[in-house]
Structure formats: C-alpha cells, structure tokens
Design a protein around this ligand. Structure first.
Ligand SMILES: *[C@@H]1O[C@H](CO)[C@@H](O)[C@H](O)[C@H]1NC(C)=O
Ligand SMILES: *[C@@H]1O[C@H](CO)[C@@H](O)[C@H](O)[C@H]1NC(C)=O
Ligand SMILES: *[C@@H]1O[C@H](CO)[C@@H](O)[C@H](O)[C@H]1NC(C)=O
Ligand SMILES: *[C@@H]1O[C@H](CO)[C@@H](O)[C@H](O)[C@H]1NC(C)=O
Ligand SMILES: *[C@@H]1O[C@H](CO)[C@@H](O)[C@H](O)[C@H]1NC(C)=O
Ligand SMILES: *[C@@H]1O[C@H](CO)[C@@H](O)[C@H](O)[C@H]1NC(C)=O
Ligand SMILES: *[C@@H]1O[C@H](CO)[C@@H](O)[C@H](O)[C@H]1NC(C)=O
Length: 417
C-alpha cells in the first residue's frame, strides 16, 4: 500500500515535470526538425489510465532517440537500420520509418505491452518476413503505418484494437477472406496504390468494419464500385481506377458520405439521383467521360467535373426545384477541359445563391462549335469575409493549377499528410 501510493506520487510528479517541459522544450533543435511527429498520446486526455511504469532515466535502444519530453516515444527513423532494435516495454509510439528494414520478427517486441502506434513506412518489408502474429499480440495498438513497403499480401493477423491502418504504395493484390475480420474499431483504412482488382470484393472484406469512416482505394485496378461498404463510411477515395458505372441507388446504404473522390475513372453516365446524399460536401469527378451533369444535393459545397465531355450544363438537372428556405450550399464549380461553348445559365445563381467561383478554364471546342466563353473564371462579388474564406479554400487564384486543387483537399489523409 505504502509503496503503491509512493509510486503514484512519483508518477504525478513525473507527469507534471513532463508537462512543464513540453511548454518550452524546443523539440526541433534536439531532433533535427522533422515536422512529422504528432503530439504523443501521453498528452491526450483519452490515454488509458493504465500508464506503464518507465525507468528513470528513460530506457532507449542505443540506435534510437528517446526525447526526455516525450518519454513514451522512441525515434528510430531515417537511420539506415536493417533490423528493428529491441523495444523497451514502456514505449507507446515507435517511429521506424525511412530505414532499410526487411523483416518484422517477434524478438524485439518481446517485452512490449503498451505500444499504441508503430510507423514502419518507407522500408522494404515483405509479408513473408513478418513473423506470424507479431502485430496481433500488441493489444493496445491503434495505428500502424506500413505504406511504401514491399507487401504483396495483406499483413494478417492484426490486433482487434487497431483503428488506423495505412498500407498505401505496396503491391497488395488480394485481401484474404478473414483478413479484415475482428477489427471492429477500425476507422481508417488506406489501400491506395496497390494492385487490387474486383476479385477482392468476392469475400465482402469491408462489410464488418462497423466503425470504418475512411476507405482509400485510389490507384488500384478496380472496375466496379466496391459492394457492401459499411454505412459508417464518410470519406471514400476511388480515384484512378477503371470504374465505368455507379449502380443505381449505390449510395443509399452510405448516407454519411462527406467526401467522394472518383476522378480519373471511366464514368460516362451517372444515374440522375446518384448523389442524393444529405452530408456530401465535396465531390470529385474530374477526368472521366461524363456527358451530362446530375442532381446536386443541398449540402454539396465543392464540385469538380473538369476534363469530361460535357457540352452543356443543364441547371434544371442539377437543381430540379427551388427551395428558398433550404438553399443549396454550392460555392465552387470546376468545369475546365470540357466542351462548353457558353457560360452556365444565370438560373444557376437562383438555385445556388452561394456560388462564388465557376472555373471555366480552357474548353475543348472546335471551329465548328466556337466558344462564347469570355472569361476563364467567373467570380461573384464577394464581401471581405467571403473573400478571405474563398482564399483559404484556394478558390480565388487566377492561375489555378492541378496542384492547388490537390492541396485544397483537406478531407482525406488526415493522419499522415
Ligand atoms: C510516419 O512516417 C511517414 C514517413 O516519413 C510520415 O510522413 C508520417 O508523418 C509518420 N506518421 C506518424 C504518425 O508518425
Ligand atoms: C525483455 O526484458 C528482459 C528483462 O528486463 C530483458 O532481459 C530482455 O533483454 C528484454 N528483451 C527485449 C527484447 O527487450
Ligand atoms: C510491384 O509490382 C510491380 C509489377 O506489377 C513491380 O514492377 C514492382 O517492382 C513491385 N514493387 C515492389 C516494391 O515489389
Ligand atoms: C474499441 O474501442 C472501444 C472504445 O474506445 C474500447 O472500449 C474497446 O476496448 C475497443 N476494442 C478493442 C478490441 O480494443
Ligand atoms: C493512375 O495510375 C496509373 C497506374 O495504374 C499511373 O501510371 C498514373 O500516374 C496514375 N494517374 C494519376 C493521376 O494518379
Ligand atoms: C434540361 O433538362 C431538362 C430535364 O431533363 C429538360 O427538360 C430540358 O430540355 C433540358 N434543357 C436543355 C437546354 O438541355
Ligand atoms: C477534345 O475532344 C476530342 C473529341 O471531340 C478528343 O479527341 C480530344 O482528345 C479532346 N482533347 C482534349 C485535350 O481533351
């Protein structure tokens, strides 16, 4: 009893000390200014109460750096390491990105109990070099970064505590039937830049992830929309696949979608009511083969339909009825590289009274159908506040480029940009 209460006082003192250091400690100086650290979970009020005991001074692998101000983090990144060093038992965040690690053996993890986050991105890890069950044993792990490795398969099994799994830029071509089972807390799954095709959908891999909010499947080989996605989904990224069709009522099951990215696909016709989604804010459909516009839900703010084959933007289709008490929220439309010959009908400004910018850019027109478009950017007169807001959203730039729009997107990659 006496020892226990002494220990907890020690803990409190330590926490206070750490917290004070955190205020004025110049972390960048000590660590050479990589801006990629998140504030460790230690400072997160949601940290589990069962904080581990750590020795004082903090134990650290000799290859790594354990900043006194972040005693639960071990930094071993950018060190040309070929193997994973032994991990002290108290470590909660482990940074091993940008090394030459090929294997994940169980040994170094022997004493680890409390680890919550592992960053193994930018290494040379192959799936068969991961010891079976090495991750599954880490029962507090919430975040695992394995992007930019050489995984040819999904790293299975994983711990049921996992919330964010980043597997982009690997060569994963299959998702085994049970790979994604037993991961009820998963919120973010990034599988962009892999070799996935429609065959992975046979087993309905995503259907059991009841809390999944963000699914990134960009730059794969999909030809159809993924079936059986969980209704919790908010951000869906499917750009740069070969999807040619969105089934009627596809999004009925996904009412919480906020942002949808489907640029660089082969979409031609979109069923009129496809995007009747009450929470949709951002819709990317650039670089497809669309000939027609479609219904625009009330919530939508940003619409990207550049580089399609649209000759005429029929505002009646986008906005079949006017409801002055429930105005549509659209502020920005990007329509460059289509086949428009005249500006959007002024009826659009009744329907979408908040429109600030229509980016017409250059249109692909022929001599037989010359353009009457006089300005590349339409801009409504903005109040100073609106102007500031538009500027923050990169909406007011004169020379808008692809990059501006990539940078603008804040709905995706919230965890690893
Ligand atoms: C993980 O490593 C990558 C690559 O260096 C970096 O971009 C990212 O910010 C890191 N994330 C975390 C949470 O440490
Ligand atoms: C685990 O802890 C024991 C006892 O403290 C120690 O002898 C051993 O080297 C540790 N193993 C690893 C892999 O850190
Ligand atoms: C991934 O597969 C491609 C062929 O599809 C191959 O060229 C490339 O080297 C592979 N990359 C890795 C990291 O294995
Ligand atoms: C899932 O999250 C909830 C709420 O944060 C937590 O109570 C539960 O233990 C987690 N499940 C697993 C398997 O870690
Ligand atoms: C789309 O994916 C292909 C490979 O499948 C790649 O070569 C191309 O650069 C990607 N395009 C974009 C815009 O990401
Ligand atoms: C726009 O669409 C409506 C409804 O589909 C149709 O009745 C109308 O003729 C179209 N207008 C133009 C200019 O194509
Ligand atoms: C312009 O449209 C024609 C067909 O009308 C197409 O062949 C050509 O690739 C388009 N050019 C661009 C730059 O999109």
């Amino acid at each position: 009893m006496g020892i226990l209460s002494h220990l907890s006082i020690l803990h409190l003192l330590w926490a206070a000390l750490v917290f004070c250091q955190y205020e004025d400690y110049d972390f960048e100086d000590e660590y050479g200014g990589e801006p990629d650290h998140q504030v460790p979970y230690y400072f997160n009020p949601n940290t589990p109460v069962e904080a581990p005991h750590f020795p004082f001074p903090v134990e650290c692998a000799k290859e790594c750096f354990c900043p006194p101000a972040f005693p639960l983090s071990m930094y071993c990144d950018h060190r040309k390491l070929k193997t994973i060093p032994n991990i002290p038992s108290h470590v909660q965040q482990l940074y091993l990105q940008n090394n030459n690690i090929e294997a994940v053996p169980a040994g170094p993890f022997t004493n680890v109990t409390f680890i919550r986050e592992i960053n193994l991105s930018y290494n040379n890890i192959k799936v068969h070099m991961i010891d079976h069950g090495v991750f599954a044993k880490l029962s507090h792990l919430v975040q695992l970064h394995l992007q930019h490795n050489e995984l040819e398969e999904f790293p299975f099994p994983l711990p049921s505590s996992l919330e964010r799994l980043l597997l982009g830029f690997n060569n994963i071509s299959r998702l085994p039937a049970n790979a994604l089972e037993g991961l009820p807390n998963m919120t973010t799954l990034d599988l962009c830049n892999n070799l996935l095709d429609d065959s992975v959908f046979k087993e309905k891999p995503f259907s059991n992830m009841k809390n999944l909010m963000q699914l990134n499947l960009c730059n794969n080989k999909l030809q159809t929309m993924p079936p059986d996605l969980p209704p919790s989904l908010r951000h869906l990224s499917l750009e740069n696949n070969s999807i040619s069709h969105i089934p009627e009522n596809y999004f009925h099951r996904l009412p919480q979608i906020i942002a949808l990215r489907m640029s660089h696909n082969n979409l031609q016709d979109i069923p009129h009511n496809t995007f009747n989604l009450p929470n949709l804010l951002e819709l990317h459909l650039g670089h497809n083969k669309l000939k027609q516009v479609f219904y625009i839900p009330r919530s939508l703010q940003h619409l990207y339909i550049e580089d399609n084959e649209i000759e005429n933007i029929n505002v009646t289709v986008m906005c079949p009825t006017l409801d002055p008490l429930n105005i549509k929220q659209l502020t920005y439309i990007r329509v460059d590289k289509n086949k428009l010959t005249s500006p959007i009908s002024t009826y659009a400004f009744f329907c979408f009274p908040l429109i600030r910018t229509i980016y017409y850019g250059e249109q692909n027109v022929t001599a037989s159908r010359p353009s009457q478009l006089r300005t590349p950017v339409f801009r409504r007169f903005l109040t100073p506040e609106e102007f500031q807001e538009a500027e923050d959203n990169h909406e007011t730039l004169n020379q808008e480029t692809e990059e501006d729009h990539e940078a603008e997107d804040s709905y995706f990659h919230p965890y690893y940009h």
